[in-house]
Design a protein. Sequence first.
Length: 161
Amino acid sequence: MTERDLTTQEEDELLSPALAGVEYELPVEGRRPWRLSSQLYVGFFGGAIATTVIAWMNATRLGLSQRDRLLIAGVGVVALLAAAVAVFVLDPDGNRRIRLIVSFTGIATAAAQRLLQAKADRRYGFRHGEGAYDSLWVPGLIAVLVLGTVEAVLLYLVIRA
């Protein structure tokens, strides 16, 4: 190869990185998505309703389509119905199994919803880096306390029905 061939090869657009020089604007704090792994904690402590609301909000922040957000909601509804059936079958007296069922269905829901958000989250993380996420502490805690209580009451009413 001659030196001319090497310089032509170095300047070839085909061999240059596709995203070289492209900069993405970082969303303002409070509008950034949450880490997907943090949503598992909300699922464990708050159940299917809490993690579905958080996943829906996060999907909006990630820019997921309406179809994907409806899939996230559908997963939450199916998980809540599965929890109600499990409580009715496994814990008809209302013993301590309700908490275990809520935790199990919450984690399963968060895991399924994580799959629906993963592609957009990888894209976001690639563009903005590791430090570009909002904290889920306050919204997650509110979701766990409020929506977790709503789910526990709904499941308790299933037992009493």
